[in-house]
Design a protein around this ligand. Structure first.
Ligand SMILES: C[S@@+](CC[C@H](N)C(=O)[O-])C[C@H]1O[C@@H](n2cnc3c(N)ncnc32)[C@H](O)[C@@H]1O
Ligand code: SF4
Length: 338
């Protein structure tokens, strides 16, 4: 619990592995942290991904999260999920999607794989705001249909909502939309100023609204407690005994070309946090000896010596410009704490 107050991810005692399988996408979201496009970036073939999974070695993989870009634009997506399940317990395998390519057939096939959670993203509370944010006219209906199709097949669905300037006054609508369309959980996430959200600065809500919005989500959570679970990262203030950043320790992230990084957000805040060797070329143990992974530990040790309190390294870097800055939510000296 303490760790979750610092990190942008839900953490457990085991490892969390996020893989952006492609940077190609069938939408063109104005906030996309991966700068995904129709063309994408270099990505591994099915065979190389198979090799890369072989290089993971025996570890306690608590969660594997297939992301992108839009992972479903890969023609081999189902095959990749199957390959993943030969290395990671299938119940711990999750994927994120904008829902656009989900068909009744795909939902049935995925149900057969007995996976964990399907995260369906929707950030517009009606078709107009969804189009504004994600591009296609059909973005809203695509996400709603995907939630229905997947949940009707018995798949656990999490509706993922990014909080931005165009929807923060309508957060309860998302709880209702999730509930009415079969979602098990509605999860609210802060917009991170990286990728296209880094250049579209008008999308950000003011940091002064952070704590009032957090309180509003708590109210929605209790109002919807018997209908749908409501979740949210970095829920409260961070104190001296909140957990440290777990980048590279409980979290690992991989880019479409097999580059490994300590955390997807940390890499986006600081692209030097990337391995030189690729996961299909070298065992993970060897990659973890590389500079970025040692650097994270060094930074955390320096922060301790400096007494700046725990913090999300990505947030510190993005919002204060330095790894040695106070996390804005730190109750010692955080800038967002009134
Ligand atoms: C990068 S997308 C990839 C998977 C898929 N294409 C989708 O839309 O869900 C994964 C999640 O990250 C969220 N996301 C993208 N850019 C973000 C940003 N700048 N800050 C916070 N979340 C972001 C998306 O809204 C989505 O829920
Ligand atoms: S930088 Fe650290 S605290 Fe922040 S999201 Fe990544 S792992 Fe979590």
């Amino acid at each position: 619990m303490a760790l979750d107050t610092t990190c942008l991810f839900t953490l457990t005692d085991s490892l969390r592995f996020i893989w952006e399988l492609t940077h190609r996408c069938n939408e063109s979201c104005i906030h996309c942290c991966a700068n995904a496009s129709a063309r994408g970036d270099e990505e591994l073939s099915t065979g190389q991904i198979k090799q890369a999974f072989g290089n993971l070695a025996e570890r306690d993989w608590g969660s594997f999260y297939a992301s992108g870009g839009e992972p479903m634009v890969r023609e081999d997506f189902l095959e990749l999920l199957q390959i993943a399940s030969t290395h990671i317990p299938s119940r711990n395998i999750n994927f994120a999607t904008n829902g656009k390519a989900i068909t009744p057939r795909f939902a049935k096939q995925v149900a057969g794989l007995n996976l964990g959670t399907a995260l369906v993203s929707l950030d517009g509370y009606n078709p107009e705001t969804a189009k504004l944010f994600r591009g296609p006219q059909t973005a809203y209906n695509d996400a709603v249909n995907a939630m229905r199709l997947l949940s009707e097949e018995g798949i656990r669905v999490r509706l993922g909502v990014v909080i931005w300037a165009g929807n923060y006054q309508h957060l309860e609508d998302f709880a209702r939309i999730g509930y009415e369309n079969g979602a098990h959980t509605v999860f609210f996430n802060w917009l991170m100023p990286v990728g296209r959200a880094g250049t579209n600065s008008n999308l950000q809500v003011s940091p002064s609204l952070y704590l009032p919005i957090a309180q509003e989500i708590l109210d929605i959570k209790s109002q919807y407690s018997s209908r749908v679970e409501i979740g949210y990262h970095r829920f409260g203030l961070i104190s001296a005994n909140s957990g440290e950043c777990q980048a590279g320790r409980r979290i690992l992230h991989c880019l479409p070309d097999g580059t490994v990084t300590p955390c997807s957000w940390l890499y986006k805040a600081d692209p030097t946090m990337a391995s030189r060797k690729k996961l299909h070329e070298a065992p993970l143990d060897e990659i973890l000896q590389e500079e970025p992974f040692c650097n994270v530990q060094r930074i955390i040790d320096q922060r301790r010596q400096k007494g700046v309190g725990p913090g999300c390294l990505a947030v510190c870097k993005l919002f204060t410009g330095s790894y040695m800055g106070y996390d804005p939510l730190y109750d010692g000296k955080g800038a967002w704490v009134r």
